[in-house]
Design a protein around this ligand. Structure first.
Ligand code: FVH
Length: 289
């Protein structure tokens, strides 16, 4: 458990939620933000305010970084590498796996104990049930920081490869954006006949909620690479269904841009003699050689 104050670099929506939670759980905090005005409510609530990144780094054995992106992290950490030496840095900023690995390598070269993090939550969820945070990188850093990190939400350690937390974050977000893209497509279709988006949204919550457990079946089939249909729906069954949805979308004046890539992959499977396989076998099309 780190002694003394905990430093938070970055007081945007997420950094502020992290600082609020740490204070609420009895931690002494030191904060820094590029735009100093954002530190005022934190000072009023009891945080120490550092006027430079170096001052913030030197205040604590544990430094949490909650900046916008990889570039802003490196821009602000590199000049203070010497100040961060022997400290634990947990980077909660969203980055790609390779950016995380690059920062981990940079940190290791400067004697900094580095853990990469990914936040599967919005700011309001921090410290509440449902907040899930993923970590990967230095095991020792995780062991030291864990009691503090567990106050933010469920903490899950993914492994020593610093890119793993980010990879899972990106994979789950990829699924989320595709799903919500589909939600918006459905709302757009129904709006063409005057259906209230809120009504369509209600239908979608029921529909998608009932179907989402099928993801577990897909996972099991892909794990075994067994794509028997039935019980799964075949490529040959799914292609015309998707073709009809694309046609219906266009007839309503709605672009099929979100749907066409899936149809393209199914067409390719059918064209190469794999139309009888379960359509989850499309996963094998996604690996770029
Ligand atoms: N908010 C959310 O729902 C998501 C949930 C999942 C994880 N993300 C990631 O968390 C990182 C921080 O996001 P945020 O919500 O705090 O973002 P903002 O409110 O926009 O605040 C951004 C902070 O970063 C500072 N900043 C931006 N560019 C720079 C820079 N070049 N140098 C120094 N600081 C920079 C910004 O400072 P300022 O504009 O107030 O001066 C804010 O402190 C992020 O990776 C999300 O993907 C949140």
């Amino acid at each position: 458990m780190p002694k003394g104050t905990i430093t938070i670099l970055g007081l945007g929506a997420m950094g502020s939620a992290v600082a609020d939670r740490l204070r609420a759980t009895g931690h002494d905090t030191t904060v820094w933000n590029r735009t100093p005005a954002k530190t005022a409510p934190h000072r009023a609530a009891g945080s120490n305010v550092a006027s430079t990144v170096a001052e913030a780094a030197n205040a604590s054995d544990l430094v949490l970084v909650v900046l916008l992106d990889h570039a802003s992290v490196r821009e602000h950490l590199e000049p203070v590498a010497a100040d961060l030496k022997h400290r634990v840095v947990v980077n909660l900023t969203t980055t790609t796996p390779n950016e995380a690995r690059s920062t981990a390598a940079w940190a290791a070269a400067h004697g900094i104990t580095y853990l990469d993090g990914a936040i599967m939550a919005v700011p309001d969820m921090i410290g509440r049930p449902g907040a899930r945070l993923l970590y990967s990188g230095d095991e020792n850093a995780y062991a030291i920081a864990r009691p503090v990190l567990e106050t933010l939400g469920t903490a899950e350690y993914e492994g020593t490869d610093a890119g793993l937390a980010s990879l899972k974050d990106m994979a789950l977000l990829a699924a989320m954006y595709q799903m919500f893209g589909g939600v918006l497509h459905a709302i757009a279709m129904m709006r063409t006949v005057g259906a209230a988006p809120t009504d369509t949204a209600r239908d979608l919550v029921d529909w998608l909620g009932a179907l989402i457990p099928i993801a577990a079946d897909f996972g099991a089939d892909v794990e075994k690479r067994e794509y028997a249909a039935p019980p799964g729906q075949s490529v040959d069954f799914t292609r015309p269904a998707l073709a009809s949805i694309i046609t219906a979308s266009r007839e309503q004046g709605i672009s099929a841009d979100f749907l066409e890539p899936v149809k393209k992959h199914l067409d390719e499977l059918a064209a190469t003699g794999r139309g009888g396989a379960e359509w989850a076998s499309v996963v094998e099309q996604l690996t770029i050689e």
